[in-house]
Write a protein that binds this ligand. Structure first.
Ligand code: ADP
Ligand code: MG
Length: 249
């Protein structure tokens, strides 16, 4: 049993069957990449996992519990966090303040984050935020305005804002889209560091094969809303069906 079990998920937009019959099993503490051509349904699938879309058919189980019918907020509280394609940060606040926001937002009873059960006061949160910034090598930039950061650092900050919630599953939709090579490599290093520092499962949608092959333990190839093949990076590289459908050979 994986920490995430997707079974028979289908999603239709009007006349378009965006997802056919998706089965996906993501094992705990692994990096699972989902690749496939534009329009394959990767983002749609991810949106079904975080409650932004409700599938027409099938089931999505996280750690043995169904996520279907739950709001994005509830799913987040279950331990699933998502990194957006464009960093969503508060440009006018400092780096540190940005990381503290996810703490404050869930402080009172009903909004309390699962991971912050033990956090009782502001200085605890401050310490938690600083530790988090240290983890992503941003502590020296804690008092800079977030808007002044480079693209790569904005990505780091956004990652910290996600991770401070202590998710068990981190979903990333094309985290290096539009980045120059240096920032892309920086992001690969960051994700590797995060992986070694904490128990976390990652599900990453990515176009850049360099990123995929640097990070993934398993790869699922999605084509026209249906998984074509799932295997190790090594086997995916040489798979004739993949070369034909995805790499265009
Ligand atoms: P990918 O992320 O793999 O590029 P998407 O999941 O974004 O693919 O899209 C899959 C298909 O569903 C595409 O044909 C896209 O145009 C369509 N689609 C995605 N979202 C919507 C929507 N909200 N309404 C209608 N069609 C959509
Ligand atoms: Mg997409």
């Amino acid at each position: 049993m994986g920490i995430l079990e997707v079974k028979g998920v289908g999603k239709r937009f009007g006349g378009l069957q965006a997802l056919g019959d998706v089965n996906l099993s993501v094992q705990e503490n692994t990096v699972h990449a989902i690749i496939g051509p534009n329009g394959a349904g990767k983002s749609t699938l991810l949106n079904c996992l975080v409650g932004k879309l409700i599938p027409d058919t099938g089931s999505v189980m996280f750690d043995g519990q169904s996520v279907l019918g739950r709001s994005p907020h509830e799913i987040n509280q279950m331990g699933i966090s998502r990194v957006f394609q464009t960093p969503e940060i508060f440009a006018d606040l400092t780096v540190l303040e940005n990381v503290m926001i996810p703490c404050f937002a869930r402080r009172d009873g009903s909004f309390r984050m699962h991971a912050f059960g033990s956090v009782v006061n502001e200085s605890d949160m401050l310490q938690k935020a600083e530790t988090m910034l240290d983890d992503v090598n941003m502590l020296s930039k804690a008092h800079l305005h977030a808007g002044s950061l480079s693209r790569g650092d904005k990505r780091r900050l956004e990652m910290a804002m996600c991770l401070v919630q202590e998710p068990r599953l981190l979903l990333l939709d094309e985290p290096t889209a539009g980045m120059a090579r240096a920032d892309t490599n920086n992001t690969i290093d960051l994700l590797k560091e995060i992986k070694t520092k904490r128990d976390i499962t990652m599900c990453i949608i990515e176009h850049d094969m360099h990123v995929v092959f640097s990070l993934a333990d398993r790869i699922t190839v999605l084509a026209q809303g249906t998984p074509l093949v799932e295997d190790t990076p090594q086997n995916i590289k040489g798979h004739p069906k993949v070369r034909e459908a995805y790499l265009g050979e």
